[in-house]
Design a protein around this ligand. Structure first.
Ligand code: G3P
Length: 183
């Protein structure tokens, strides 16, 4: 499973990249499909984010034939995911938090999409997006998301637990006591 960092904050990218757990970065979709070719020239590992619309799918189809990778974003149903996969998307982004907001089971969507991708041998990868907490990350990992794109604040929480903090405090205290005894 890969982790992407969902931010445009360069200093957060630098800090979290030092942990060695980040495989990529996503930013918010202000990109319009007609600008896609220029954006793809910025670097050889750029993926163009395209909204899930009819026009978006047309762009995905054209770009995939030019070997330009696309990430179709704002996926909320299996049908939308299937359409994006069939149009040639390299990535599809179901939105976990926003589905939860409307009381829909986002994890079922992720496992359904993964089942379809594996059953037919499609190359498309699922990026679980709209991740807002550590439980979201844990659940999308269990349901087969190839990638989770995670805000920096959630990355930070993924390293922490109160019992880890208190455990370190106690070990430090015990070490000081031991040192004082032997000195
Ligand atoms: O990955 C998509 C993300 O940027 C949107 O998150 O919390 O606004 O649904 P949110």
């Amino acid at each position: 499973m890969k982790f992407f960092l969902d931010t445009a904050d360069v200093s957060a990218i630098k800090t979290i990249n030092e942990l060695g757990v980040v495989d990529g970065v996503t930013t918010n979709p202000t990109i319009i499909s007609r600008e896609a070719r220029d954006i793809a020239k910025w670097a050889d590992n750029i993926v163009v984010k395209i909204p899930m619309t009819m026009e978006g799918l047309k762009a995905v189809n054209v770009l995939s034939k030019e070997n330009i990778k696309t990430n179709v974003t704002l996926i909320f149903t299996v049908s939308q995911g299937l359409m994006a996969i069939k149009a040639g998307a390299a990535f599809i982004s179901p939105f976990v938090g926003r589905l939860e907001d409307i009381g829909t089971d986002a994890y079922q969507l992720i496992s359904d999409l993964r089942e379809i991708i594996d059953f037919y041998g499609f190359d498309t990868e699922i990026i679980a997006a709209s991740i807002r907490n550590t439980v979201h990350v844990e659940n999308v990992a269990k349901r087969g998301a190839h990638i989770a794109t995670i805000p920096d604040a959630v990355f930070d929480k993924m390293t922490k637990h109160p019992l880890t903090t208190s455990g370190i405090k106690n070990f430090t205290k015990d070490w000081e006591t031991f040192k004082n005894k032997v000195e």
